[in-house]
Design a protein around this ligand. Structure first.
Ligand code: NAD
Length: 505
């Protein structure tokens, strides 16, 4: 896509602004920092360039968010719910442009982008329903008190998101945050800010106060860090790599600000010999090759029972040769390029390292990738062992490491031999075994005879180095709330107490 075409697509959202800027308090504000490139990964050209956001924005975004949050919280819960539902309508009405913007600027196959945009609409619709149902509770305390609990917004929350699913992650985090009454400062990846900026505009068009959702276009180590260090945020929600997550948690802890971390994974997809193997094969393909493997929940470790290991892994490598791989804007494309040059170099380096470590390449034929200077990696099946670095480190590309196992006990042991714990899956005809494995694998999301289905209504998050805290479902509303316990004396002649409820007499 040309620069001119992407600017045309953005025009309905940002009017005549001629460059990418941040969206703060209902206005586009150009940055003045270092130049940042948004690249077309199909042919290695520059789609557009913009300047990093500068620190002047921190105070401006703080003030805009604070005032908008007060106005938002002053509305009735029912009115907030209606506005949130309208955000879903705006997203559905603009679905085609949003999908094209996402596909071009995040280098994502257009068919995937279309699905993800509809899911974003669903996220706002789902949380619209929660806006007037996040009510408190009455606790039956053993004293003469009425004790009630209320959920209050935190105030302003900072959300920092990655490049692999920008619009999806933007909806996934903004919707619960505003449903719980908060204002948001969202910093998407500097590589992919466009779709989040467009969502910021649509949220406001639906009727939220100006400044309730502010989108900052710029680097994490510059403007992202400034927001953590200097703004009036009450929580940081970070989605991204474990290394950056650790850094952010430390910076937040220095200010005593809580954090939610949604980090990487090295999830085990376990195939038993008694599974429906055709079904499992399709599941294993989707688990690793969809999105060119640039998905945090990818089934990047494929654990296959010894008796079917060769047959199953050869079939997976053969099936991969049928994919349509190429230009993300082509509606037939199933697998696009790697998002950016840095990630491309990482995936290539991991592949070379795996082969040097003794991993075996399965299947002789490779998928034809387009003859262009873009960042394409062949879908690759490797046979290896769980100790290898390709089985322990996140590759975040279309590369799966297949590992044989003897029995159920060994499969569970290998699955848990990872510092991550984001997701996992098992394929078996034995229902009881499916539940046993699901119970014992340490992961935040687990599928029995399936892979990769997630929904805004169900909680999502990790164990171990995959992070802490939960997004989506009712758990996300709790993450975005303060909990208050109120004690009301109801006795006609209350007994004064000293200490934690012990009467003075
Ligand atoms: P990243 O950690 O490099 O960047 C993520 C975000 O952090 C970007 O917005 C970036 O600008 C910002 N950032 C970078 N350095 C920063 C700093 N010092 N201070 C503040 N912000 C900073 O991750 P990425 O390469 O964009 O994304 C890929 C990673 O994201 C993978 O590890 C993947 O597994 C993970 N991911 C996790 C989930 C999940 O829900 N668990 C979902 C999608 C992606």
């Amino acid at each position: 896509m040309s620069t001119q075409k992407i600017l045309e697509l953005m025009r309905p959202f940002w009017g005549d602004a001629s460059t990418v800027g941040s969206y703060v308090g209902g206005q586009f504000i150009a940055g003045y920092g270092q130049a940042i490139e948004v690249r077309n990964a199909h042919d290695d050209t520059v789609l557009l360039t913009y300047a990093d956001a500068d620190e002047a924005l921190v105070a401006q975004a703080d003030a805009a968010a604070r005032s908008a949050q007060q106005r938002w919280w002053a509305m009735t819960a029912q009115a907030r719910g209606r506005v949130m539902y309208q955000i879903g309508v705006e997203i559905r009405n603009n679905a085609d442009s949003l999908a094209q913007i996402e596909s071009a600027s995040a280098n994502k196959p257009i068919r995937d982008a279309r699905v993800e945009v509809m899911k974003v609409a669903e996220m706002f619709e789902y949380y619209a329903g929660w806006a007037d149902k996040l009510h408190g509770e009455v606790i039956p305390v053993p004293t003469t008190h009425l004790n009630y609990v209320t959920y209050e917004p935190l105030g302003t929350v900072l959300q920092i998101t990655p490049w692999n699913a920008p619009i999806f992650t933007c909806g996934w985090q903004i919707a619960p945050a505003i449903a719980a009454g908060n204002a948001v400062i969202l910093k998407p990846s500097e590589l992919t800010p466009l779709s989040s900026l467009a969502v910021g505009v649509l949220v406001e068009r639906a009727g939220v106060p100006k400044g309730l959702v502010n989108v900052i276009a710029g680097y994490g180590h510059t403007i992202g860090q400034s927001f953590i260090a200097k703004s009036d945020i009450r929580k940081v929600v970070f989605v991204g790599s474990p290394a950056t997550g650790r850094h952010i948690a430390v910076a937040a802890a220095q200010r005593c600000i809580p954090a939610v971390l949604e980090l990487g994974g090295k999830s085990a997809n376990i195939v038993f010999e008694d599974a429906d193997l055709d079904f499992a094969l399709r599941g294993a393909q989707a688990a690793i090759f969809a999105g060119a493997g640039q998905s945090c929940v990818s089934g990047s470790r494929l654990l296959v029972q010894e008796s079917i290991f060769e047959k199953f892994t050869q079939a997976l490598a053969a099936a991969a040769t049928n994919f349509k791989i190429g230009d993300p804007s082509d509606p037939e494309t199933q697998i696009g390029p790697i998002n950016n040059p840095k990630q491309y170099a990482h995936v290539k380096g991991m592949l070379e390292g795996a082969l040097a470590d003794g991993a075996r390449l399965i299947g002789a034929e490779s998928v034809p990738v387009p003859d262009v200077p873009g960042y394409y990696i062949n879908p690759t099946v490797l046979a290896g062992s769980n100790e290898m670095s390709c089985a322990q480190e996140e590759i975040f590309g279309p590369v799966v490491v297949a590992i044989p196992f003897k029995d159920e006990e060994e499969a569970i042991r290998i699955a848990n031999d990872s510092r991550f714990g984001l997701a996992g899956g098992v394929w078996t005809h034995d229902g009881a075994r499916g539940h046993r494995v699901a119970k014992q694998v340490r992961a935040g999301t687990f599928w029995i005879n399936g892979y990769k289905t997630i929904h805004v209504s169900s909680p999502f998050g990790g164990y171990g180095e995959s992070g802490y805290g939960r997004s989506s479902g009712i758990d996300a509303l709790r993450e975005y709330s303060e909990v208050k316990s109120v004690w009301v004396e109801t006795a006609a002649k209350p007994a004064a107490s000293f200490g934690y409820g012990a009467n003075l007499e």
